[in-house]
Ligand binder design. Structure first.
Ligand code: 164
Ligand code: MG
Length: 324
């Protein structure tokens, strides 16, 4: 006997969260609950404004239609589903079938998009491998270069992940690199998407010796995982990519050609973020995932993120928008 529910959630964000051109005041999405006999699975469907192509309403409607079919006894068919819907439903089904291991990798790469001093404190407290992610491309490229160089000099053994979100012209990318001493460049694990085109980004890697990673490019039509000089990693944001099966295939292809695969957040609630930590521990056990995004919220949902003190709102406090 199958049944399904869609809870609608809205969580307040920290005041300064800006996504591309938009301030994100609340995070809005759906939590799907799938039951089959005595087994239950949960998944999160939360299109990310400015990044997802679908709206939350569209995702909710499609999820209802797919769930109604599943409740009537059909297999879940996600081949044409919107990425956020495919991710949430496939995750719920995997959990229901007991296929997602419980253990998570909660050791995240601290994310710095504002005050560098806060990052120094976080890094000094970090046990084991020190790795951090800094947003670049928001201010002057020269300033970004100086900040990166300063961190590398200040924290021995630090591995930096940088993310320019395609904000630099080739000239700006060069200005950045000029301020990172050549001897320090190998400590940049990778720089995500320096320039607007793949060609410009590859040329930047070639000229500077700084490895790059594909994030936005992974979602571009026709993207193929391949080893290229200067490319170190692919970033996989399941909410934007699609089903867990699609993510597993990308991870497998990346590993086959010697690329690092990094599971990263699309600002899911603590419920979805915990599942991403479990996916990361299972599929990319040796890589620190990019999941340091709870700090951008004012509230957690149902499952607390380890070490996070924010209040947790239970799922049953969220309205059930649909059930069958
Ligand atoms: O990848 C990480 O370490 C954290 C997630 C992260 O940086 C992002 C998530 C979602 C949208 C963006 O703001 C940003 C990114 O561009 O990668
Ligand atoms: Mg990125």
């Amino acid at each position: 006997m199958r049944s399904a529910k869609l809870y609608q959630y809205q969580l307040p964000m920290d005041s300064g969260v800006i996504l591309r051109n938009q301030r994100l005041v609340t995070r809005d999405g759906w939590i799907v609950e799938m039951k089959d006999g005595d087994k239950t699975g949960y998944g999160e469907i939360a299109p990310l404004p400015e990044f997802s192509l679908e709206s939350s309403e569209e995702a909710g409607q499609q999820a209802q239609a797919l769930l109604a079919d599943w409740v009537s006894g059909k297999a879940l068919c996600l081949s044409d589903a919107l990425p956020s819907v495919a991710f949430g439903l496939s995750m719920a089904e995997m959990e229901l079938m007991g296929m997602l291991p419980d253990e998570g990798n909660y050791q995240v790469a601290p994310l710095c998009s504002g005050d560098p001093d806060e990052l120094v404190v976080a890094l000094n407290q970090m046990p084991g491998e020190k790795i951090a992610k800094i947003k670049v491309g928001l201010y002057e490229a020269v300033r970004d270069g100086m900040v990166a160089n300063m961190f590398i000099e200040a924290i021995p053994g630090l591995r930096l992940r940088l993310d320019a979100n395609r904000q630099w012209t080739p000239l700006k990318a060069r200005q950045f690199a000029k301020y990172v001493a050549p001897a320090h460049r190998a400590q940049i694990a990778f720089l995500e998407e320096p320039c607007q085109t793949q060609e410009e980004s590859l040329a930047f890697a070639h000229e500077t010796g700084i490895d790059i990673a594909w994030d936005e490019t992974v979602r571009d039509p026709g993207f193929e995982v391949k080893a290229e000089p200067g490319v170190a990693a692919i970033i996989i944001k399941p909410t934007l990519v699609g089903s867990v099966q699609k993510c597993l295939s990308l991870i497998e292809q990346a590993h086959a050609v010697g690329l690092t695969a990094v599971i990263s957040s699309s600002l899911e609630s603590s419920l979805g973020l915990n599942q991403l930590a479990r996916l990361a521990a299972w599929q990319t056990p040796d890589v620190i995932p990019g999941l340091d995004t709870m700090q951008l919220f004012q509230m957690q949902l149902e499952v607390a993120w380890p070490g996070c003190e924010l209040p947790v709102t239970p799922l049953n406090a969220c309205p059930v928008a649909w059930h069958q």
